[in-house]
Design a binder for this molecule. Structure first.
Ligand code: HEC
Ligand code: HEC
Ligand code: HEC
Length: 460
């Protein structure tokens, strides 16, 4: 059993590779055409046509409201990001996700009756989304974050079901089989995994907390599936904790050549220095005075958190700020440097990292490492820069990042790629300089570590 468990493809290995050039335009079109949402317009038209007098009309109005609610919840769950491809139709599936054993593809969740989920009953839908079991009984890979969705309430599942049945356009597109070879492609071990690791219980309100905290907890642990990326994995690749009762919850985790940051209250590597307002701004715009979103977090901002209501992102911020520091050893508290630009100049003679920084990075990130927030990420005191695991910093320097698109407008100065310009040693030296300057105190980065990320992220 153990050997089977150890080959399971967890969400943590999933990469969402998309052709880069096309994605920019596509996201822009998507986001723009989503606001005001087609669905909401359709719902309003239905109500208007009806005139609102008869009982049948009232029922239609209620239905439309349910569908609109479901559409909103689908955004909170970021279903679109995984179940669509750049050139494909919304929710028709087919997005490849890489696991160590081969690729798997997300499935068609449009209401097409042959190739999609059109024949699913509400019970079938609930079981697939919360328990990872399809109607024919086969187990889904936990690349579908059902261990988090298990927390979603019956009321919300009903609205999601209404949306996927009535609000999504059916698309005829057959699912692709996984590329995982026999016998690793057998799905029955996943059922054992569920027995051991799936906690199939709904979110329970905490009586000693207020409504806003409970709302935030429900969204973070459930539809937001933040822990699927931000919580470290255990021996069976399960998330080590699914809520704040476990110390490891949201303390940060490596994930397909990125590091999903520590979201607890740690002063240096966590969100200890962020206010609730800072956090809310980050979720709504992908940037604030402390950091700018990159890597797989851009998807989360592009398709999910920026579309939530302000009340909901504030609830998320409130809940996250209630998590005490999850790491016992976070180093001495970071203090901003009073004269950062001087550090740069005195660092120059004989320091190859300072030279590379001055030549390639300084015009954006500044001599004092403060950048020009919120457009250009500060590097001084940045929690990701202070994180012991440097993989995100290496990856973003080698490969830049996909565009952050807020309200249909792409970020003006995205981080460039340096994989063709700088050697492993130059990148290691520049990042070592960044991690040791302006009162940053994080371990040096080796050329070996850069080499590893370079080969792992090389385009196939
Ligand atoms: C992180 C990526 C990811 C996200 C987010 C995600 N899914 Fe999935 N989902 C998958 C993958 C991958 C599969 C296919 C798994 C397999 O084939 O074993 C899947 C399968 C499914 C299935 C089973 C379909 C079938 O073919 O029987 C349903 C239903 C589903 N997802 C609904 C949803 C809904 C609703 C949401 C949003 C609330 C969502 N998914 C969000 C990755 C994701
Ligand atoms: C698909 C994986 C993934 C999911 C899901 C995800 N994140 Fe992230 N997140 C990342 C990665 C990778 C980073 C590091 C890059 C960055 O800072 O933007 C990150 C960074 C962040 C940061 C910035 C932290 C810092 O110190 O700069 C915040 C805040 C955050 N995530 C909040 C959330 C919340 C809240 C959710 C759930 C609603 C969530 N994330 C879901 C991958 C993810
Ligand atoms: C054209 C402006 C520009 C240049 C030049 C530039 N960067 Fe960036 N960098 C950015 C932006 C913008 C971000 C935030 C991510 C994004 O939105 O693309 C960023 C993010 C980063 C991050 C992640 C910070 C965080 O929020 O955690 C690191 C590390 C980094 N850059 C290092 C470098 C290094 C090293 C160089 C030089 C080799 C460099 N950058 C050159 C614009 C730039």
């Amino acid at each position: 059993m153990k050997s089977h468990l150890s080959v399971l493809p967890p969400h943590v290995w999933v990469s969402r590779r998309r052709p880069r050039l096309r994605v920019r335009l596509w996201i822009r079109i998507r986001v723009q055409s989503d606001m005001p949402s087609r669905m909401l317009r359709r719902a309003l038209t239905a109500i208007a046509l009806c005139g609102g007098a008869s009982a049948a009309c009232a029922a239609q109005g209620a239905d439309a409201a349910l569908v609109a609610r479901g559409e909103y919840l689908a955004k909170a769950g970021d279903c679109f990001a995984c179940h669509s491809t750049p050139r494909g139709k919304p929710f028709a599936g087919g997005l490849p996700m890489t696991t160590p054993m081969g690729r798997i593809y997300s499935t068609n969740i449009t209401p097409d009756t042959d190739t999609g989920i059109g024949r699913y009953s509400e019970e079938d839908f609930k079981r697939a989304v919360r328990e990872g079991v399809a109607p024919d009984g086969h187990a889904l890979y936990p690349a579908m974050p059902y261990p988090s969705y298990a927390k979603v309430s019956d009321v919300d599942m009903k609205a999601l079901y209404a949306y996927f049945m009535q609000g999504v356009t059916p698309v005829k597109q057959a699912n692709r089989a996984t590329d995982i070879p026999w016998p690793l492609n057998m799905r029955w071990p996943l059922k054992l995994w569920n027995v051991v690791f799936l906690d199939n219980t709904r979110y329970e309100q905490k009586a000693d907390k207020d409504a806003q905290w409970n709302r935030g907890a429900y969204l973070v642990q459930g539809l937001g599936h933040c822990g699927a990326c931000h919580t470290p994995r255990g021996i069976g690749f399960q998330e080590q904790a699914l809520d704040q009762s476990g110390r490891a919850f949201l303390t940060g985790a490596p994930l397909e050549n990125w590091f999903a940051s520590n979201l607890t209250g740690n002063h240096n590597t966590g969100l200890g220095r962020w206010s609730e307002d800072d956090l809310n701004t980050f979720l709504r715009t992908g940037a604030n005075a402390h950091a700018t979103a990159f890597g797989s977090m851009t998807d989360v901002i592009n398709y999910s958190t920026q579309m939530l209501s302000d009340a909901d992102t504030r609830a998320i911020a409130r809940y996250l700020k209630s998590l005490p520091g999850g790491r016992s050893n976070d180093g001495p508290p970071y203090m901003p440097h009073p004269d950062g630009a001087r550090v740069m100049l005195t660092g120059l003679p004989g320091n190859p990292g300072a030279h590379t920084y001055a030549t390639f990075c300084m015009h954006c990130h500044g001599a004092d490492g403060n950048g020009a927030a919120p457009w250009l990420a500060p590097l001084a005191g940045n929690p990701n820069v202070l994180e012991p695991d440097p993989v995100s910093l290496i990856n973003v320097t080698l490969n830049g990042t996909g565009p952050l698109v807020i309200g249909g407008v792409p970020a003006p100065y995205p981080m460039p790629k340096y994989h063709a310009t700088l050697t492993d040693q130059q990148i290691a030296d520049a990042l070592t300089f960044v991690r040791g300057s302006w009162n940053n105190q994080a371990p040096a980065v080796s050329a070996q570590a850069v080499k590893k990320v370079r080969s792992a992220t090389r385009a196939p």
